[in-house]
Write a protein that binds this ligand. Structure first.
Ligand SMILES: [Zn+2]
Length: 348
């Protein structure tokens, strides 16, 4: 019998602005910090281990990670898994989750700039702006709890998403530009072991949640895309079994599951070489609407048109996240080049 029955979807309906203890056992306590944000805090914190933030549903229609979070939380509360690290679970955008939509007023995953411009402040008034503040406060509170005199736990942050379109590599991660080389290699080895097929190294600071935690808290952060977004109930979670198992292993064990050996090169590593910003309303692309992420574009190929002028690529490249419908000033496309991981470098 469950020690504490918990339904994330029902609980998201709870309007809550103060911390509530939902369940406790001799090993850890389970709190709701505010609507959709929960912490699991071990009774005795081991400062040798890292603390973990797992966020999902920053885009309300990306359902698989939300279903996974329900599985993980219920498994912990049922006593199937014993977490040994402090964990912060965040369901990012409850209102958009209920409306089965990406966002209500503004893309929440563009509201985590360390410093926002006046233009962004003006554009982004609304539900998601308030929600991003709640999330930032919860993270600050969580980091404070896992902080003792002279000691701060290393923070790991997985921000889980699904892609709008299908991908040549359905399971891939986007890493903030600020990660150091050693941090990147550690994340590569974890992701490769968790059946993630590709990573994209960003080329600049962006206002995403994972970039925010990487900069502000020096977290080992990754945005992880877990297949194409489909409605609730239509996800085949068996496809995410390997990823899920590695996350559970990480939460419940002192040993981090990292990939070693020769099959490490299954992880395809890309670097962002260029981004296309939408500067004019007439932006359109010269490829099918359903083009897959990581599609190859040959040197000289016509990518599209903007401001009445053709957009051409100067070298062989791969495209990802094409979206001509973004607001003016936002990113409409990323272009990538490949980088082949050197297995020897992981031994340094
Ligand atoms: Zn997303």
């Amino acid at each position: 019998m469950a020690s504490c029955h918990f339904n994330l979807f029902d609980d998201l309906l709870t309007q809550c602005s103060r911390e509530v203890l939902l369940y406790a056992n001799p090993h850890w306590q389970f709190f709701r910090l505010t609507t959709g944000i929960y912490s699991i805090i071990p009774t005795s914190i081991n400062y040798q281990l890292s603390a973990v933030i797992i966020s999902c549903g920053l885009h309300g229609n990306e359902t698989a990670p939300i279903e996974l979070n329900q599985v993980w939380l219920q498994g912990i509360l049922d006593g199937d898994w014993q977490p040994i690290r402090p964990i912060l679970f965040i369901a990012g955008n409850p209102k958009a989750i209920f409306h089965h939509t990406r966002f209500i007023d503004y893309n929440l995953n563009r509201l985590f700039a360390i410093k926002r411009s006046t233009q962004q402040e003006k554009e982004a008034q609304g539900y998601e702006t308030r929600r991003s503040q709640q999330i930032k406060q919860a993270v600050e509170h969580f980091v404070g709890l896992t902080h003792s005199v002279n000691k701060r736990l290393r923070l790991v942050h997985f921000d889980l998403h699904c892609s709008i379109r299908s991908s040549h590599y359905p399971f891939f991660a986007v890493l903030p530009v600020v990660l150091g080389e050693q941090s990147k290699w550690n994340i590569y080895r974890f992701l490769a072991n968790a059946s993630i097929q590709a990573v994209i190294n960003m080329h600049k600071v962006v206002p995403t949640f994972s970039c925010y935690t990487a900069i502000k808290y020096h977290a080992l952060s990754a945005t992880i895309e877990l297949g194409q977004a489909v409605p609730f109930g239509c996800n085949d979670l068996t496809k995410l079994e390997s990823f899920s198992q590695k996350v559970i292993q990480f939460l419940t064990s002192t040993k981090i599951p990292l990939k070693t050996g020769t099959d490490f090169n299954q992880l395809q590593v890309f670097n962002v070489s260029e981004q296309l910003i939408k500067t004019h309303a007439d932006l359109r692309f010269n490829f099918a609407n359903d083009v897959k992420n990581f599609s190859q574009i040959a040197k000289g190929q016509l990518l599209g048109w903007q401001n009445g002028k053709p957009i051409q690529v100067s070298k062989n490249t791969y495209l990802v996240f094409p979206n001509p419908k973004v607001k003016i000033g936002q990113r409409a496309l990323l272009l990538l080049e490949t980088e082949y991981p050197d297995v020897e470098a992981t031994k340094n």
